[in-house]
Every structure is written in C-alpha cells, then in structure tokens.
Design a protein around this ligand. Sequence first.
Ligand code: SAM
Length: 248
Amino acid sequence: EPALYIVSTPIGNLGDITIRALETLASASLIACEDTRVTGTLVQRFGLKAPLMPYHEHNADKQRPKILELLGRGEPVALVSDAGTPLISDPGYRLVRDVVEAGYKVIPIPGASALLAGLVGAGLPSDTVLFAGFLPQKGGPKTARLKELGSIPATLVFYESPRRVGATLATMAEVLGGDREAAVARELTKRFETFERGTLESLAETFSGDAPKGEIVILIGPPGEQAPADAADAEALLRLALETMPVS
Ligand code: SAM
C-alpha cells in the first residue's frame, strides 16, 4: 500500500523489533533513516535489503519531495530513526504533515520508545504525562523552561545526556523543589538497565559525580499530592469518611 510507515526500532535490545516492523521494512521501496550506517547495521542484522536514504534535520527539505514522489508512484516508504520511535525527539514531524497534506496515508508501526519504557518502570503517576524531550542546554532558558513546566499537574518526562544529568537534576531540584518525587531510568532494555528512584535532591546527589554510562530518561512526579488514589483506596477513604461523618 502506498503509505508512509513510521517504524519503531529497538532502543538497545534487538529483541524489541516487532514482526510488523520487520515485514514493513522488508517490503518498503525506500527506508528513510537518520544515519544510513546505524540503520544499515540493523537491516543487515535482520537480513533485509531495502534501499536506505538519509533523512535528518539538515537535508529534510531536500529529501521530502523525493519521498512524496515515491508515494505518488504508489510505493511504500518507511521512516525510521537511529533508535526507538521516529518523531519522539527525532526527525519526522514535518514529513508526516506534508504527507498528510499531500493526501497520502501515514501508518504508525509502534514499538520501543524510551519515553514509555521509562514511564512504566518509574513508579510515578502515569495517568497524566507531559513529554518535554530535551531541555535547553543553557542555564537561563533551561531554568525558564523548568519554571514553565513546574506547576503542570502531570508526570514530566525528559531526555538528557549522561554528561549533563547531574547538573540538570541539581537545577531541577533548585527550580522545582528538592522534595519532589522523581526517577532516573538508565540503559533501558539493555543489560545494565537501572531505575534510580527518590526525591530530586537525593537523585541530584546520586548523580553529582562522574557522568554515568549509557542513555538516560529523567521523570518527575506531579507537584503537590502524589499518586491518585486507586479504586480500592477510594473505597477505604469513603468508608472512613462515612464513619466519622456526624449524623443528626
Ligand atoms: N526516538 C527515541 C525514542 O523513541 O525513545 C529517542 C531519540 S532521542 C534523540 C535519544 C534520547 O532518548 C537519549 O538521549 C536518551 O535520553 C533517550 N534514550 C534512548 N534510548 C534509551 C535507552 N535505552 N535508555 C534510556 N534512555 C534512552
């Protein structure tokens, strides 16, 4: 089918490629990817042979018409990023818009993403979530952005480089308050996957030394009250309230 397939690839553990992703990549006329070496290794590993085309921030405007032209000829095109789900702090958003606008189908082939893997393992409320990607690197804009996000009643999810994680956690503790609940997920899906959980202050302390190895997701719980009560808690609270309610 002529469509742009947004194909998720593993974020470390190759076992996370989906059957549908393999089928889609195998039948694509073209695979647009960030780095042809990275995706080359992946497709080789699975014995696939579709032609690769580099598609990244710097050549996107030039490559987009070629992709639209292929779709116009009825060919299926796949978009992948170096790791995880395209468009999630990765290129692809403009392409999807243009493809939709041109009247072609966009079909997501979901799979691994550090955002969701980090979220479901963090132990923080998962009912309302704000994905904030990478923070600005410079101090002023970074603090301003954290202030902007700080009062939103949601679990906040950030991507961060291991080199900056210590300093970023310290800034977060300063701007959002040291006692706010948070978690740091490292090396997700890989052999040395770890979750550090605690307050922003304790995590800033944990990561104050040398840069840790591997990739990192920082998650911060909502401000004020913690996890929403689940149904069982609600019932217990209700019973308690009924017991103590004055009856006239
Ligand atoms: N599109 C990808 C996704 O769906 O997760 C994210 C791409 S973004 C350019 C790369 C960032 O994602 C890393 O700097 C890190 O913050 C996070 N990340 C990717 N893989 C990870 C992993 N295995 N463990 C922890 N974080 C990871």
